[in-house]
Design a protein around this ligand. Structure first.
Ligand code: ADP
Ligand code: MG
Length: 621
């Protein structure tokens, strides 16, 4: 070998090494998916070249008609998958077959636990793509030449940490992937098995897939677009296989929606809602899961105009005849066709969800998986907002079960005008939040909202069917109008007593709160902190800090005291006792700090807090 042809050895990116490890050791029971993944890549490569030909017709010289060839070699125990698509240059090989560039993949791979069962479920949400080749092969060789290039390349790896790249004079335009099959994967040499797998997973691929069996070469896919067939001719298993193939997933589709729309715009939709959320649902640059076809020809799988953000978990295919085949990215952005299709599919999905919502247990599965995304639909103004609101589910103080706006309204008390909610980071803490006491005393239900998005939609979706949606923090006046259900037995402080206590507390907590006042809303807790209307809620403030946002000014908190609480009475008792001045100050501080802690905040000065607490304990013991 001369110097120039020495292979370069390169390490896989750490994430790839980890994925490979799981793929090789854990995913094995599903190993047949390698074929659909490699065929899908081959088909993508042909689509990319077809697209490039629109602007660079000279590239056509090298390529004949697009095709994908499967070639088992029983003697060598290899299976080769060849395409005459776009091919890869050296950089492509390093970037695409050595790293995982998809958004969010690094964080995702970090979340893999090392526990086989759990990782398998997770990696199913991820889709292992090219790397699935190593489930069946202990060596993989890729020979490839990029369309328009003169240089070809040979990539080789055993999947154990590194790969090599060297120039390859014999590489033809396109890509040939040769798998050196593992001992127990030899059945992938059998034409029958290959034919069967292609039928099952790749039948709809529009490019002919040919099986080369010695001298014989036959086309083994029908290229028939499943979505163009009649519903009655499609079995549930075929739908499921197709779902797996378009979304690279392993789970069952939770919902399958297949219809032809005719009228202003003609299109066929075959859409799926997964059971499990894909790993990257919250990546801002994630592609939508819907593929756009024009008359059965694949156009793009990155068409944000097709699906609104809050339904981005849907996957599948939209095929229309109302766009030209050579539609460009710019045209896709401008054409009104996609907007019309979007409106159509959103209506269909909403109607289907309404039907599915009748089975509560089943619908709750959907909600647990995608509710957090779906609620984004409340945030944006749209024609469908009322329907979206009706499809939303919330936890509340009424029970442990999820509830709807409509059910909440049906349970509203006489004199109750608004829908109340409280936001926070977790249900258990919310359920014991002192803010709820006055509502509990009046038997008024409160929605408990724990998703970050809740902080945002409550600001724009402020009314459900004429009922305002109001934070419990801003409901003091409302509550005063409704009598508590249970008579409060404890006696309230006299005005003079509470005035005096408040004056003392203001002196001590001057820097920490903006105001101190009594309230009738508390029943069990001595004090509570609230944010005045129009200010950022404490939960939102925490969220923003957690996301690294600088908050220059904290919202002004108001401290409310419960004039019936025995502890508050005790404090009043200490007011005129000079010997107990330090004890009183300690008590007020500790009371304030522990309220912060109960809210999920941290105390400003932990050392002082500890010091005061031990002094109190000493006195108590
Ligand atoms: P994905 O298909 O989701 O991008 P894969 O792991 O399946 O992920 O493939 C990684 C990348 O490798 C592809 O995006 C493509 O750029 C490149 N690639 C894989 N197979 C081929 C092929 N046959 N021809 C050209 N490029 C390919
Ligand atoms: Mg792929």
């Amino acid at each position: 070998m001369t110097k120039e042809t020495q292979p370069t050895t390169i390490s896989f990116q750490a994430e790839v090494a980890k994925v490979l490890d799981i793929v090789i050791h854990s995913l094995y029971s599903n190993n047949e998916i390698f074929l659909r993944e490699l065929i899908s890549n081959a088909s993508d490569a042909c689509d990319k070249l077809r697209y490039a030909l629109l602007t660079h017709p000279e590239l056509a010289k090298e390529t004949g008609a697009f095709k994908i060839i499967l070639e088992p070699n029983a003697k060598e125990k290899t299976l080769t998958i060849t395409d005459n698509g776009i091919g890869m240059n050296k950089d492509d090989l390093i970037n695409h077959l050595g790293t995982i560039a998809r958004s969010g993949s690094a964080e995702f791979v970090k979340s893999l636990t090392g526990d086989k069962q759990k990782d398998m479920a997770l990696i199913g949400q991820f889709g292992v793509g090219f790397y699935s080749a190593f489930m069946v092969a202990d060596k993989v060789i890729v020979r490839t030449k990029k369309a328009g290039d003169t240089e070809g390349w040979l990539w080789e790896s055993d999947g154990a940490g590194t790969f090599t790249i060297s120039p390859d004079e014999k590489a033809k335009s396109g890509t040939a992937i040769t798998l050196y099959l593992k001992e127990d994967a030899k059945d992938y040499l059998e034409p029958i098995r290959l034919r069967h797998l292609v039928r099952q997973y790749s039948d709809h691929i529009s490019i002919p897939i040919e099986l080369k069996n010695g001298e014989l070469q036959e086309t083994i896919n029908s290229s028939s677009a499943l979505w163009q067939r009649n519903k009655t001719d499609i079995t549930p298993q075929q739908y499921k296989d197709f779902y797996h193939s378009v979304s690279h997933a392993f789970d069952e589709p939770w919902m399958t929606l297949h219809y032809k729309a005719e009228g202003a715009i003609d299109y066929t939709a075959l859409m799926f809602c997964p059971t499990k959320p894909p790993f990257n649902l919250f990546q801002p640059d994630r592609k939508s899961g819907l593929q756009l076809y024009v008359n059965r020809v694949f156009i793009s799988d990155d068409v944000p105009e097709l699906m609104p953000h809050f339904l981005r978990f849907m996957t599948g295919v939209i095929d229309t005849s109302d766009l030209p085949l050579n539609v460009s990215r710019e045209m896709l952005q401008k054409t009104p066709v996609l907007g019309k299709i979007q409106r159509g599919i959103v209506r269909r999905i909403i109607n289907e969800l309404k039907k599915r919502a009748e089975d509560i247990a089943d619908y709750n599965k959907f909600w647990e998986a995608f509710g957090i995304v779906f609620k984004e639909g409340l945030y944006e103004p749209s024609d469908n907002r009322e329907d979206i609101a009706d499809l939303c589910r919330f936890y509340s103080t009424n029970s442990e079960e999820l509830t709807t706006f409509a059910d909440y309204v049906s349970r509203m008390k006489d004199g109750q005008q608004h829908i109340y909610y409280l936001t926070g980071t977790d249900l258990a803490t919310l359920r014991i939040n002192p803010q709820l006491e006055g509502f509990a005393a009046r038997d008024i239900e409160v929605l408990l909202l724990t998703d970050p998005i809740d902080e945002f939609w409550v600001q724009t979706y402020t009314e459900y069917k004429g009922k305002k949606i109001v934070s419990v923090m801003h409901a003091a006046e409302d509550l005063d109008k409704i009598k508590p259900v249970h008579k409060e037995t404890e006696k309230a402080l006299k005005k003079s007593e509470s005035d005096k206590l408040i004056a003392k507390m203001k002196e001590i907590l001057a820097e920490s709160v903006s105001d101190i006042r009594t309230t009738d809303r508390l029943t069990k807790s001595p004090i509570a902190l609230i944010t005045p209307a129009g200010q950022m809620s404490m939960n939102l403030e925490r969220l923003m800090r957690a996301h690294g946002q600088q908050i220059n000014f904290a919202s002004e908190r108001i401290l409310e005291i419960n004039p019936r609480h025995p502890l508050i009475h005790k404090l009043v008792g200490l007011l005129d006792n000079a010997d107990m001045a330090e004890h009183l100050t300690d008590s007020i501080w500790v009371l304030y700090d522990q309220t912060l802690v109960a809210e999920g905040e941290s105390v400003k000065d932990p050392a002082k807090f500890a010091e005061r607490l031990s002094r109190l304990l000493m006195r108590g013991l």
